[in-house]
Design a protein. Structure first.
Length: 62
């Protein structure tokens, strides 16, 4: 579910804007970076702490 919500939010953003994603789903650690590698969006940072995952994503061109 975090990946779907991330995709939907990025679709409503302008290039250059940044999105912070906080997730507890362990699959997010692999799913979100894998999606970003195939897209025009940029992973600015990713971290894990106490079972939570935080991603900062810069919106790219659509």
């Amino acid at each position: 579910m975090p990946l779907l919500k991330t995709k939907l939010e990025l679709n409503s953003m302008s290039p250059g804007q940044e999105l912070e994603v906080i997730a507890t789903d362990a699959g997010s650690a692999k799913d979100i970076p894998a999606f970003l590698k195939l897209s025009s969006h940029e992973l600015v940072s990713a971290s894990e702490s106490d079972g939570g995952y935080r991603f900062v994503i810069r919106c790219g061109q659509r």
